[in-house]
Each structure stands twice: as structure tokens, then as C-alpha cells.
Design a protein around this ligand. Structure first.
Ligand code: AMP
Length: 607
């Protein structure tokens, strides 16, 4: 029936497809740090990592990593032990991550942008032995030992090489993702799986040449690991975007033709569309490796128009299966023709990488849950044996472990996979993975809250709306409540709007009717109320308010409104900045996002 599929089994209701990546390719090392060590010896003089303030070559990288690894060993770091690393994107951060691996430990990246309470939980939950990082702005990690990362104290250590202590089955890193029960969950990743992923990157994108990449996304998102490791194992340059990387800068950065690989999410494509504002045929990186969310044909068309010489790839995978497990090249070819897809259609995520099996049990309606097996699976969730047992299931005569992704997928007539989306309450917000249940659990701990439901809307633009039973609207509007949520949740998980309800709507099956809440949120989002009127007339300030209402898709916005609370996000902020530029008004998107009210954002614009 489907000659491109590796294995097909008729089920009583549907068909089971299995797609298998190449097997039998032996790994070329026991860990990624071993590959990086070899690379340091091969190209000592080449630039390895460049940040805004400092760049280091491969010889210096090797020396710094060895010194810190030696120190970590002296501190007692051993295989299986977790070491927190807290630093902004910088060469020192890269050295720290590699040193933890070389010493045999597992890194836990602690993004300084996350709330202290969340970081504290992660450090406790992972039982980190110590935390590496600048201490100035650091929260108190429950009294864990901290080692500073600035070069000075390390310079005293001996620079002799240290043997790599990591074995394939040892833990390489722990990465936290949103958890539906109200607390983030730690995913345990071993060296063998990470190495398998990096070796695929090399085989697909390097062809024996150095690969230069741009790391611009947070390292707490495993998507970033492609850009982090590929240059360092091929002798290329790892370019680090500055910590405060403005969205507008991404468009500029990608136009650098010396870049070989840039990772993007479909949300970034929307950012680029807005920032580049009708421009096309720009130079661009050699490869744009896209993933993180469903990629639509119209987004592929937009990216092709912006950067016609770049090769585009769709790349799929959850953090539980180490960054990415399958890929589809999207250049026009026999294998892929964009014209075969309607603008809103998802494009395929293709076929598995080596040592990976993808299984879809398609029901009579055509789609089914995607399961993943192979070398690239995480060990499971930290301290959550029940969740691990229900998500990583054993199946078949050989008891192979399959990770249940929760994604709905289909296999097409070319034996390629297309991911359609999810059947549960996990969503992506600006590319970040979010369990709505985690936000609901945070809301339920607020005094007086009896019930809470959160939905994600896409119209007039992407936003999170919380419907809360208990406190009145004035309590929900109070800045203290928002501040409390900001203390506990990452910024991208704090709902844009909080609305009071008498009770949550239920469906005919007595389950929460999220569709009704989405409809209500979109209805409110598309209309506006008026208390403090914006300035009228044709002056510049009045024009700025009108431009704001227009990009948000609402009838009117008021000076007391908060841009995020109106459903604004980084993309709409950029659109507003671009619209203001056309009006001759200088307004930066970060200002719109960082200020409490539009009056503050527009302060300085004369009418
Ligand atoms: P994360 O663990 O943050 O990488 O998120 C993994 C989830 O993102 C997957 O389970 C999918 O729902 C979604 N995802 C990632 N890449 C893709 C892709 N290329 N196409 C469709 N969905 C994707």
C-alpha cells in the first residue's frame, strides 16, 4: 500500500507505520566532548567561540575547559552528578558547559532570565552538587556551593589536559520543561543520545567543512543545542548573540552570508516577516534549520522569498528525544514541491535520523499519535517514576522503549511524516513549550481562587488568557497579582489577560469547554472598551495609538492599557515599531514590551 514505508502492520482499526533511520553506524567517539577535544587539537588557531566582548580560539577553549574540568573534579564532581550553570550567553558559559561534561558531570542550565523561585526549584529537584556562575545577580540556590566563572581565579589552575570522564551511558544534561501538574519536569539526557544527534548534524550539514552558527535562543530550550555543538565539532565558529538580543537584530544577523546554520522557529519567521517589512531576495545563512512548532507552507514561502539562497529544513523532535529526530529538506525538488501544499497546510517533517524509529498508529480517521524509539531517547523524567513509566512505554517482543510524544501525525504516500499538532493541553507560546495546566496550577494557589482555566488564542494574535473563578475583576487587574505570577512563572507563561468568571463552562461530557473560552477570549480581544480615551486628531501621538490598535487588531487602545495585556507580543511590538517608523516616530519594540502602560511606551512622542 505504501512502498516507501519501512514497515506497515494492519491493525484492527487502522494501520501502524514504522519509519526507520539508518542503523549500524558506529559512533565515532564516546561523547561529544571527546569530539570537541579532537577538534581543538586539529584547529588550535581557529576562532571557536565569539561573543559580544570576547572571542576565543580552539587552543584557548581546550585550555579553559581542561582547567575548569580539573577544578570540578577537585570539587568532587563525578558521573551522574548535576552541576548548575548560570550565565548569560558568553564564551565563559560555553567553557562551563563543556567543562562539566568533560569532568563527567551533567549540566543543568539555569537561565538568569527565569524567576529565582523556579531556578531554586530546579537546583533542588536535580540535587545539583554546585552552581557555576557569576554570583552578583544570582538568587540563593538553597546554600549550594557556587564557583564564579570569570577568568581570574581559574587562571591559577594548571592547564594540563584532563581526560574525558564521560561514558556513553552517563548523564550529559538535565533540561526542564513545563509540567502539567504545576511544576516543571526535568528530562534526563545521556551522552550516547546527544552524540547520536550531533553526529547526524555533522553528516547532514558539514561535508567535512567547518560550520559557523549563530546561537541566539535560550539554552534552556534544547533547540539551541544544534547551534551550540555543531561548530565546535567541525572547527567552525560559534557566534553568540548578545544577551539582550533585540528581535530586529535577528533579521540583520541572518543576512550574514558567512553563517552556515541558523536555527529558527516558525514564530521567528513571523518576526522576520515583520522586521523585514516587504523586503526580499536578501543574502542569508546557508542553512535555516526550522523546528519547534508546526511549520506551514505560507511560512516556507515567506522565508524563501526573504532568503532565496538559503536551504530550508523542517526538523522535529521533543526534548525527551533530544532536539530533533527527523528532518525534511524543503528546497524545491522531486521530493518536495511547495505548490502541492495550500498556504495553511503543515509541511512534512520527513524521515528519521540514524538510530531512530518513528511509529504512527493511524486510526480510521487517518492520524495517530507519534511514538519515538532508538538511541536518542532520554532516560526519563527526574524524580517522576510514574510519569516516566506512562510516557516511555515498553512494547513489542524485544521490549523496546517508545516515547509517547502526544503529537498527532500522519505518514504520506512518500513515506514521510507530517506532524499535525497536539491532542492535549500542551501549547507553544512564541516557540516556548507550555503546559496550560502548569499556569492553571499557579493560579489556583492564589488566595480566593476556586478554579482557573487558561487558553491560547491566535486571533487577533497569539496570547494566553486566564479565566478565573473566585476573585473579582479588580483583584485580577491588580498589579500585585501579575507581579506574583511573574515571580513564579517564566515571562512567556504569564497570561496576557486575566478575566473573572462565575464558573467555568463545561462541555456536554462535563469536561472543561476550552473551545468556548477561546471563542470568548477572541471575541473580547477583537473589541475594546473605552474609559480613558486616547488622543484624537491627526497628531503623531494619536497616529501612534491608532497604529497600535491596528497591529493588535482591536478597535481602540487606551493610554492606561498594557501592551501585553492586550495580547501584544514581540511580533506585534515589532510591527508597531515598524508602523511608527513609517510615521517618522522612533519607537523601539523592547520599550513597548517593557513598559506598564502605552502612555509610558509613548512618552516623548509629541502630538
Ligand atoms: P520541545 O520539547 O520544546 O522541543 O517541544 C516539542 C514539541 O514541539 C513537539 O512535541 C511538537 O509538539 C512541537 N514541535 C517541535 N518541532 C516541530 C516541527 N518541526 N513540527 C511540528 N511540531 C513541532
Amino acid at each position: 500500500m505504501n512502498r516507501f514505508v519501512d514497515e506497515m502492520t494492519e491493525l484492527s482499526a487502522g494501520v501502524r507505520y514504522s519509519l526507520k533511520g539508518l542503523e549500524g553506524i558506529a559512533p565515532s567517539a564516546s561523547s561529544v566532548v571527546e569530539l570537541i577535544d579532537r577538534q581543538c587539537a586539529r584547529t588550535p588557531g581557529a576562532v571557536a567561540v565569539s561573543g559580544a566582548e570576547r572571542r576565543i580560539g580552539y587552543a584557548e577553549l581546550a585550555g579553559d575547559v581542561s582547567r575548569l574540568a580539573r577544578r570540578l573534579r577537585q570539587e568532587g564532581v563525578r558521573p551522574g552528578q548535576v552541576v548548575g550553570v548560570s550565565a548569560e550567553r558568553s564564551p565563559e558559559l560555553v567553557v562551563a558547559l563543556l567543562a562539566v561534561l568533560k569532568a563527567g558531570g551533567a549540566f543543568l542550565y539555569l537561565d538568569p532570565a527565569l524567576p529565582a523561585e523556579r531556578l531554586g526549584f530546579m537546583v533542588e529537584d536535580a540535587d545539583a552538587a554546585l552552581v557555576l556562575g557569576g554570583q552578583e545577580r544570582q538568587p540563593d540556590f538553597g546554600g549550594r556551593r557556587a564557583l564564579p566563572l570569570d577568568a581570574q581565579p581559574l587562571a591559577d589552575e594548571v592547564a594540563e589536559d584532563v581526560e574525558v570522564a564521560a561514558a556513553p551511558g552517563d548523564l550529559a544534561y538535565v533540561i526542564y520543561t513545563s509540567g502539567s501538574t504545576g511544576r516543571p519536569k526535568g528530562i534526563l539526557v545521556e551522552h550516547a543520545g546527544l552524540l547520536n544527534y550531533v553526529e547526524w548534524l555533522v553528516a547532514e550539514f558539514s561535508a567535512g567543512q567547518p560550520v559557523t552558527s549563530l546561537l541566539h535562543s535560550p539554552l534552556g530550550f534544547d533547540f539551541s543545542l544544534s547551534s551550540l555543538f555543531l561548530p565546535l565539532v567541525t572547527g567552525g565558529e560559534l557566534r553568540l548573540a548578545p544577551a539582550e538580543f533585540e528581535h530586529e537584530s535577528l533579521a540583520e544577523a541572518i543576512q550574514d552570508q558567512s553563517l552556515d546554520l541558523v536555527r529558527l522557529t516558525p514564530s521567528h519567521i513571523e518576526v522576520l516577516r515583520a522586521a523585514l517589512d516587504g523586503r526580499r531576495d536578501l543574502p542569508g545563512a546557508r542553512v535555516l534549520l526550522i523546528g519547534g512548532e508546526v511549520l506551514r507552507a505560507d511560512q516556507v514561502a515567506a522565508l524563501r522569498a526573504l532568503f532565496p539562497s538559503a536551504s530550508l529544513y523542517n526538523h522535529y523532535g521533543p526534548a525527551e528525544a533530544i532536539v530533533g529526530r527527523c528532518f525534511q529538506r524543503l528546497d524545491e525538488s522531486e521530493e518536495f514541491r511547495l505548490a502541492d501544499y495550500a498556504p495553511g497546510d503543515p509541511v512534512p517533517v520527513g524521515r528519521p535520523i540514524p538510530h531512530t524509529e518513528l511509529v504512527v498508529e493511524q486510526g480510521p480517521d487517518g492520524a495517530g499519535e507519534l511514538l519515538i524509539a532508538g538511541l536518542g531517547l532520554a532516560r526519563g523524567y527526574l524524580n517522576l517514576p510514574e510519569l516516566t513509566a506512562s510516557s516511555f512505554v515498553r512494547s513489542g517482543a524485544d521490549g523496546r522503549v517508545y516515547y509517547r510524544t502526544g503529537d498527532q501525525a500522519v505518514v504520506d504516500g512518500h513515506g514521510r511524516l507530517t506532524v499535525l499538532g497536539r491532542a492535549d493541553d500542551q501549547v507553544k507560546v512564541r516557540g516556548y513549550r507550555v503546559e496550560l495546566g502548569e499556569i492553571e496550577a499557579a493560579l489556583r494557589t492564589v488566595d480566593g481562587v476556586r478554579a482557573a482555566a487558561v487558553v491560547r488564542t491566535v486571533r487577533p494574535h497569539e496570547a494566553l488568557w486566564a479565566f478565573v473563578v473566585g476573585p473579582g475583576q479588580s483583584r485580577l487587574d491588580a498589579p500585585e497579582l501579575r507581579a506574583d505570577l511573574q515571580r513564579r512563572l517564566p515571562a512567556y507563561m504569564v497570561p496576557h489577560r486575566l478575566l473573572a468568571l462565575d464558573e467555568l463552562p463545561l462541555s456536554a461530557h462535563r469536561k472543561l469547554d476550552r473551545a468556548a473560552l477561546v471563542a470568548e477570549a477572541e471575541r473580547i480581544g477583537l473589541t475594546a472598551t473605552d474609559d480613558v480615551a486616547p488622543p484624537a486628531g491627526g497628531g503623531r501621538l494619536a497616529e501612534a495609538y491608532r497604529a497600535c490598535a491596528q497591529v493588535l487588531g482591536v478597535a481602540e487602545v487606551r493610554p492606561t492599557d498594557n501592551f501585553l495585556a492586550l495580547g501584544g507580543d514581540s511580533i506585534t511590538a515589532m510591527k508597531l515599531a515598524a508602523a511608527c517608523r513609517r510615521l517618522g516616530i522612533g519607537l523601539r519594540s523592547v520599550r513597548v514590551l517593557a513598559t506598564d502602560t502605552l502612555a509610558e511606551a509613548f512618552a516623548g512622542i509629541e502630538n
